[in-house]
Design a binder for this molecule. Structure first.
Ligand SMILES: Cc1cc2nc3c(=O)[nH]c(=O)nc-3n(C[C@H](O)[C@H](O)[C@H](O)COP(=O)(O)O)c2cc1C
Length: 177
């Protein structure tokens, strides 16, 4: 069982990366085979249809990780009520060949208040567009729920565990068939 975690923020010192890293930590304890694709450090060209863009090493890396994965945990910041442009661009390099029959869990980082849900609804629709099996649970994390060591408080950690346990369950169930 292999799970790919995607950090959908290209921003330096990203809060979304913290969520992605906490997910990697937990998944590694549970299933061992986890990859992180991090748009902060593995930046992609804009999808422009040019051969050099498709040949970019980070595009190839993303495709290899996505092809190998049995399931995904995709994290996005909420930017202007939607996913980040960086994540949308990354997903535009993929298609249903990478997602069909694979469970996908989603998480968002918001700026406080009631943010995050619009980004998750947007991401749910995008994953539907590539034929992924988006799972019912999801998580919004407020950036204030991280401490100075980028650890989640107890309550947010248990929300994350619940989402990831659901993902592990469904990836296991689908992979057996
Ligand atoms: C361009 C931009 C737009 C944002 N729009 C929203 C928004 O619509 N709703 C919200 O809750 N937070 C919004 N925020 C706050 C971010 O969600 C918050 O800063 C989060 O930590 C960003 O994740 P990042 O650190 O991975 O970039 C916005 C931030 C930026 C930079």
């Amino acid at each position: 069982m292999k799970i790919l975690v995607i950090n959908g923020s290209a921003r330096k010192d990203s809060n979304t990366r913290k969520l992605a890293q906490r997910a990697v930590d937990y998944l590694q304890e549970q299933i061992k085979e986890v990859q992180l694709f991090d748009l902060e450090h593995e930046s992609l060209p804009i999808l422009d249809g040019k051969p050099e863009s498709f040949a970019h090493p980070n595009v190839k890396l993303l495709k290899t990780y996505a092809e190998d994965a049995n399931g995904f945990f995709i994290c996005t910041p909420e930017y202007h009520n939607a996913v980040s442009g960086a994540l949308k661009n990354a997903l535009d390099f993929l298609n249903r060949d990478y997602f069909t029959g694979k469970p996908v869990s989603i998480g968002a980082i918001a700026g406080g208040g009631k943010g995050g849900i619009n980004a998750l609804n947007n991401l749910r629709l995008i994953i539907r567009g590539v034929n992924g099996l988006v799972l019912p649970q999801q998580i919004v994390v407020d950036y204030k729920e991280f401490d100075e060591k980028a650890q989640l408080n107890k309550e947010a950690h248990s929300r994350l565990v619940s989402v990831l346990d659901e993902l592990i369950y469904y990836v296991g169930a689908v992979a057996k068939k």
